[in-house]
Write a protein that binds this ligand. Structure first.
Ligand code: ADP
Ligand code: MG
Length: 386
């Protein structure tokens, strides 16, 4: 990806004259707390130093002219237009943000803008949320208004749900908007309260492994898991009326209701309930500097996603197993919705090279696919750079 200086040069050659603002918004990796967000539970993501960048300049005629450096393509729309583009699907994330902001009566201005990004697309690192949050910040710069970061996250989530049409939770836009350098954020997805927890400043790295397996079943299976969780809560509520979501159900309450649940629904609920406990424990482990315990919780999370929630796949399992066999790895798990995408591992710095080599080879031997690895640092959330 081009750095900001290069993007500013590209802006001059595409649109003529200098840009007046530049922004970035990061992708994210969820360290632990998977499939808990739509159950009002806890998640624990970090923003990563892979991001979407937008360099732009306002226009006074209400037009938004975009150039995607990644796709080498243009797109254009007028503020107030609420149609999705079929040809330039990538522009819908920007259009969606414009539609939502326009509906909230922010003083939107048009702009010329060039966008580029280093977040791998469709790999579960949330390039879409990074693009939405960067777009929102770009409109803030162009129109000279500013939106409080939590509200920005909620507006961008609405753009993805209402305009793009993906029924996502709040985690991705939240962490992209509010991330903090060298911290992970424990987010209560019910109240949107959060706690920034420092990651070790040296000695360990977060290593993301991309299985490069397209996430095939993810939409239909995702909807089915949501329905199974809802069915679980509905059955439990008959004897425990306070249970509005699985967040309100303890393991004891679940077990007391086992006879009213099918085996599948029971196991889905067990994953979500145990995962919420693991998130809270992992925060305590990190605060106590106990990386061994943190890594063990990551491993348990993966095993629960594989066995109880059944959202892993042979590629994710192969990569996680290869990672756990490397000395210096504290823990490894799938991250994101599953059925492909990425793993996240906590790795001692001195073991990172060994990790890349050995996991890459073993993964290819077992699956025939080439892995990609990204060693990352926890980065700041969306920010204006110019
Ligand atoms: P994920 O959010 O897991 O990366 P999605 O399918 O939700 O996957 O979003 C990926 C889409 O976001 C891409 O297909 C593209 O349309 C858009 N996108 C993300 N980053 C960029 C970028 N740098 N430039 C243009 N479009 C992007
Ligand atoms: Mg996405």
């Amino acid at each position: 990806m081009s750095d900001i200086a290069e993007l500013m040069d590209r802006f001059e050659s595409v649109f003529g004259g200098p840009p007046t603002f530049a922004v970035r918004a990061p992708g994210r990796v969820n360290l632990i707390g998977e499939h808990t967000d739509y159950n009002d539970g806890f998640v624990f993501p970090a923003a990563i130093d892979y991001d979407v960048r937008i360099v732009g300049r306002p226009r006074d005629d209400g037009k938004v002219r975009l150039w995607s450096a990644l796709f080498g393509r243009r797109a254009q729309f007028g503020l107030g237009a609420d149609r999705r583009s079929l040809r330039a699907g990538w522009s819908n994330y920007v259009r969606g943000v414009a539609v939502i902001l326009g509906g909230e009566e922010y003083p939107l201005r048009g702009m010329d803008a060039i966008l580029d990004g280093s977040v791998p697309l469709s790999s579960g690192l949330s390039s879409s949320a990074a693009l939405e949050v960067a777009s929102c910040l770009a409109f803030e710069c162009a129109g000279e208004f500013s939106i409080e970061p939590k509200r920005r996250a909620l507006l961008c989530q609405r753009a993805e749900r209402e305009f793009v049409g993906v029924q996502c939770g709040i985690m991705d836009q939240f962490i992209s908007s509010l991330g903090r350098a060298d911290h992970a954020l424990m987010i209560d997805t019910r109240t949107l309260d959060f706690k920034a927890v420092p990651l070790p400043s040296s000695g360990v790295s977060i290593v993301i492994g991309n299985t490069n397996k397209p996430r095939g079943l993810v939409d239909s299976e995702y909807n089915r898991r949501r329905a199974e969780c809802e069915a679980g809560v509905a059955a439990i509520r008959a004897s425990a009326p306070h249970a509005a979501a699985l967040r309100d159900v303890s393991m004891d309450l679940l077990d007391a209701n086992r006879h009213v649940l099918s085996d599948v629904v029971y196991r889905r609920c067990r994953h979500v309930i145990s995962e919420n406990v693991r998130v809270l424990e992992s925060v305590r482990a990190l605060e106590a500097g106990d990386l061994t315990r943190f890594g063990r919780l990551m491993n348990e999370s993966h095993d629960s996603l594989r066995d109880d929630y059944e959202v892993s796949c042979s590629e994710l399992d192969a990569m996680v197993e290869a990672a756990r066999a490397v000395i210096g790895v504290y823990g490894s798990r799938m991250t994101g919705a599953g059925f492909g995408g990425c793993t996240v591992s906590l790795v001692a710095d001195e073991a990172v090279e060994r990790f890349r080599e050995s996991v890459g080879q073993e993964y290819q031997r077992r699956t025939g696919r080439e892995a990609a690895f990204y060693a990352c640092r926890a980065s700041a959330g969306a920010e204006r750079l110019l």
